[in-house]
Ligand binder design. Sequence first.
Ligand code: FAD
Ligand code: NAG
Ligand code: NAG
Ligand code: NAG
Length: 652
Amino acid sequence: MRFSLLSSCLAFSASLIAAVPTFPNAQSTRDVDSEFDYVIVGSGAGGGPLACRLAMAGYKTLLLEAGGDANGNVNISVPGYQAVVTADPKLRWDIFVNHYKDQNRAKRDPKYVYEIGPYEYHVGPNPPPGAKDLGILYPRGSMLGGSVTHNALIWIIPHKQDFDTIATITGDDSWAASNMNQYLNKVYQWLPNMPTDPSILLRDLPLARHLVAGANAVGIDVPVLTPLAKLSQLLLMSPNSRVNPARDATEGYFQVPLTMKLGERSAVREFILKTVADGHPLTVRTNTFVTKINFNTTGSKPRATGVEYMEGEYLYKASPLHRTNFGKRGSAKAKREVIVSAGTFNTPQLLKLSGIGPAPELLRFGIPIIKHLPGVGTNMMDRYEIPVNVVHEDDFSILDGCTFDLKPHDLCLKQWLDNPYILAARGAYASNGLATMMLKRSSFASTSDIDLSIFGGPLNFQGYFPGWHDFSVRDHKHFSWYSLKAHTRNRAGTVELRSADPLDQPEINFNYFDTGTTAGGADQLDLGALIQAIRKSREALADYYKFPILGGTNYTEEKPGAHVQSDEAIGQFIKDEAWGHHAACSCPIGEEGSPMAVLDSEFRVRGVDGLRVVDASVFPDIPGIFIQSAIFMVSEKAADVLIREAKAADGE
Ligand SMILES: Cc1cc2nc3c(=O)[nH]c(=O)nc-3n(C[C@H](O)[C@H](O)[C@H](O)COP(=O)(O)OP(=O)(O)OC[C@H]3O[C@@H](n4cnc5c(N)ncnc54)[C@H](O)[C@@H]3O)c2cc1C
Ligand SMILES: *[C@@H]1O[C@H](CO)[C@@H](O)[C@H](O)[C@H]1NC(C)=O
Ligand SMILES: *[C@@H]1O[C@H](CO)[C@@H](O)[C@H](O)[C@H]1NC(C)=O
Ligand SMILES: *[C@@H]1O[C@H](CO)[C@@H](O)[C@H](O)[C@H]1NC(C)=O
């Protein structure tokens, strides 16, 4: 009986999701043999919107994506499955990175991973004999829509300085924030967003008690006897105001907008599907892994002419379902340009494999040099993130019936599937679980803007490792305040080839804290901000006890733990256990003449023609607080640049 409930749920969900149009997975080969105006590699935050806009402008566009389309898979649709979806083996790449090159130091992190068999992992100390060092898991999505289709849905627009700085560095005024605004308008043409329905939260009083405590901790006067009225007001406060001129520097307590429509994830993937369904000349090839960019080298400057690829599922070895190194080979030609949007790790890898990168590294792997460009795979930045986790005696009732496992007993899934989005009827799964945040400017911020966002939710989030999705919701008794340090200073990250095999993942080193950028005490300043974030999180937890009227049990701090109190001890905890998930800046736009600049201000790869990069790797500095918004805007800008140039070339 239980089984039939499951199948009816899933059947319903499939038909629900099938409401968005789908496209035939494999187009006819005739299509691909012919020439396209543009060939784009990667359908994520950078490549997806760009492909749609080029096709909408009438240009014949080919979008090549290594992953498949997760059509009908509830994992990608249910916001409450934001952790579950990152574990779906069909959709994920297990990328392992080093926070520190020194493996003994790296192993101080309890999230350090060893390989004990093919795609079998041991996490933390005391690995079994023969276990192989891997590093820290860095989740990446490989599917239509890229990592956007499995991210945490958080939608926070960039700071003005993120773009103004690019204008200053390059002298290209079109990057000024005042001009970039039009691209945010364009993003809003296809991207829905909405916060968690406040009434879902207000039904769980002990959870609301933590949330009002967070507001209290950032200096908002919350009445002790009637806190909920104040919380309801605060839950209306958007962090994305476009009318408040002081928005970027405004501290306070805010709702967390999510990229969803009626409680269901909707973003880049849906824009791509709609563009195809509307009949624009966009050809999408999923399960197509690009191995090389081709060049015509007869002229004075090498010119990108197309790409080589392999067709097949799970070809990249980072896929846990990888079985074969052989796919059907093919190639595609670009009449106008090739655009690489494979993400911060894969874009520099593909450029290097194609002969664009630091000459000594390419020579080491026997790769013929098309253009010596030493900046490829350097300058990589990320945020630092760190939690304070507590455990209560009782469960949070908001999670009653939520098993996060798609089984018949997952009553929260049933509620999400069976109900319309009104009066909070879809329940807890219409949220990603992180409904509110404190925004703060630490005393160590590099600009006048806020540099800390601290999210609260009923889960045990300690960062990424195999199984984190299960660990973070294994019981319903945990609450976390979890901080992101924005505008970090470390730019010492690198992406280097491990081999000349395009299916191998590259060697990725973030070089955290004192092993990275230290000029001007940069590492200490970032660490100082994070120590303040932990103290602020603890203040919010202490303020929980000011609102006993809301009921709920006492808690015990688990991480960092009550014994971790001095700046030194907190700092050590941060250096050992911090993580990131917004890797960026590995093929930076830069000033004319700077040897380390990979791109010019119009996304052109320097020294070659017909080749651009459009994704998270283009930024000279990591933008904003959450990164997808900045990438979407950049993707819209790139479309504008390319279309204008194409029209000029055609004499229009
Ligand atoms: C778990 C997680 C949660 C996140 N949560 C948030 C959030 O809440 N809010 C936010 O703003 N940001 C979030 N992010 C970050 C954000 O989603 C990413 O930074 C963003 O998607 C990066 O965009 P991109 O275009 O650079 O790369 P991706 O979106 O990763 O797209 C790259 C695509 O290229 C494909 N590809 C790579 N190599 C090849 C090749 N050789 N051939 C063909 N295809 C290839 C990949 O399969 C992939 O689909 C999150 C990220 C993760 C991993
Ligand atoms: C969803 O992801 C989980 C892993 O977290 C996986 O076990 C499950 O099979 C996926 N569901 C579907 C419908 O593919
Ligand atoms: C390569 O470029 C040159 C001009 O630089 C052109 O004459 C030639 O036709 C191109 N070759 C191919 C195969 O496209
Ligand atoms: C819970 O914490 C409060 C505030 O610290 C304290 O007064 C109370 O005695 C605690 N209750 C229990 C059962 O520990």
